[in-house]
Design a protein around this ligand. Sequence first.
Ligand code: PGA
Length: 243
Amino acid sequence: MKMINLGSKKLASFYVACELYKQMHQEPNSKLGLATGGTMTDLYYYLVDLLEKNKLDVSHVETFNLDEYIGLKPSHPQSYHYYMNDVLFKQYPHFKKDNTHIPNGYTEQLEDEAERYNQLLNDKGPVDIQILGIGENGHIGFNEPGTDLHSETHIVDLTESTIRANSRYFDHKEDVPKQAVSMGLASILKAKRIILLAFGEKKKDAMSKLLDQQVTRNVPATILHAHPNVEVYVDDEAAPDHL
Ligand code: PGA
């Protein structure tokens, strides 16, 4: 694993946007694993800008999102369906709808949905690049501490720490979803190349643990040590002191 401080969120986001752009440019039928959250906003801003400037044909690109909240309609402004439309698919409306995949968290048949999404990933994967954020508690996707290292797509009970971190996006704490459907750790590890982004002081502790610790269920991101092609880009605030 390479961890590199690129200075700021903007610089790191631009760098990774260029990597995604190059991937799609070189392979028109690229498969991308996408992430959401506050970390990713600048990444999509720069990616849309690059796509527009160069009018890249993305009609054969396929995207697979990591996770979705349970209980939110796709039209809910805090759902990850809404997020992806807002930051990417509406901004650059040339992705084919059938090629953009996000797990459905608004269904009674949750286990069936996890199974369906997992099958889709297995049938269509592996992705060429998987983008990841990280939780303050070290989660990737919504794989909370304690998650089975061999897990595939599954239904997750979010921890108190994650619910607290997510509450900044909701008007009332009781509105914050308590569950999510998420790619598992084994699903994430199938990607050919993984790029994790972490910005801000609140991610520094997770970055120190990721750098220092061997694979442990207590810090799910440490599973990335088991993958041969992982890059981690941080800003000054998230960089561990001993980087
Ligand atoms: P954030 O979330 O980008 O909103 O900080 C990241 C995560 O929880 O994985």
